[in-house]
Design a protein around this ligand. Structure first.
Ligand SMILES: [Zn+2]
Length: 186
C-alpha cells in the first residue's frame, strides 16, 4: 500500500481491528518515509447491481455519490461519520443480497429513506423531500403523516424538528415550503 501523501512505497500497519459490524477490517498505517498516518479498509468484494435510473440509463453504483446525498440530508444533525458508514454498509449488503444484476434507483432511495427514518427524522424528511421531489402537496403530507406521533406526544416531535435558534430559515429552506401542514407543525 503506497502512502497517499508522499507516494512512498514503504508503509507499515500499526493497528488492525474489525469494524463493529464485523464485515470489514480497518488498518491504521504509517508511512516510514513521511511519517503520516492513514487508514485502509479491507472488505469482501461482491458485485453491486447496476443502477437503472428513471430515464432508463444504466450507471455503476456510486458509493461516494450515495454517501454525499446521505451526508447532505444529515448536515448539522447529531449523526457521526461512523453511523453514516454503517448505513452505507447496510444498504450495500442489502443490495448485494438481492443477487440481481440491475436495480431501479427508486429501490436504493427507499433503502436510504428507511435507514434515515430510523436514526433522524429531520434527515429523513430532507431526503424524502428531495428524493420524492414532492411534485404534489399530497406526497409531502404523506411523509409528515408517517411521522405523526401517537396522540399526546405531538410536542415531542415538534421539538425534535425544531432547528437550533437562529437557523430556522435555513432549515425551512432546506426542507420545502410547499407544504402548509409542515409549516403548521413548526
Ligand atoms: Zn508518506
Amino acid at each position: 500500500m503506497r502512502c497517499p501523501f508522499c507516494d512512498g512505497a514503504d508503509t507499515q500497519v500499526i493497528d488492525t481491528r474489525n469494524s463493529d459490524e464485523g464485515d470489514s477490517i480497518r488498518r491504521r498505517r504509517r508511512c516510514s518515509q513521511c511519517d503520516k498516518r492513514f487508514t485502509t479498509f479491507e472488505r469482501v468484494e461482491l458485485n453491486l447491481p447496476v443502477v437503472v435510473k428513471k430515464n432508463g440509463a444504466r450507471v455503476d453504483f456510486d458509493r461516494r455519490k450515495l454517501r454525499a446525498s446521505i451526508a447532505l440530508a444529515l448536515r448539522k444533525r447529531p449523526i457521526s461519520a461512523e453511523q453514516v458508514d454503517a448505513i452505507l454498509l447496510r444498504i450495500e449488503n442489502r443490495l448485494m443480497s438481492y443477487g440481481v444484476r440491475e436495480l431501479a434507483s427508486d429501490r436504493i432511495g427507499e433503502l436510504v429513506m428507511r435507514e434515515l427514518r430510523k436514526i433522524d427524522k429531520v434527515a429523513y424528511i430532507r431526503f424524502a423531500s428531495v428524493y420524492r421531489s414532492f411534485e404534489d402537496v399530497e406526497a409531502f403530507a404523506d411523509v409528515i403523516e408517517e411521522l405523526r406521533p401517537p396522540l399526546g406526544h405531538e410536542t415531542d416531535v415538534i421539538e425534535e424538528l425544531r432547528p437550533p435558534l437562529g437557523n430556522e430559515q435555513e432549515v425551512l429552506a432546506s426542507l420545502t415550503d410547499r407544504d402548509q401542514r409542515f409549516k403548521e407543525v413548526n
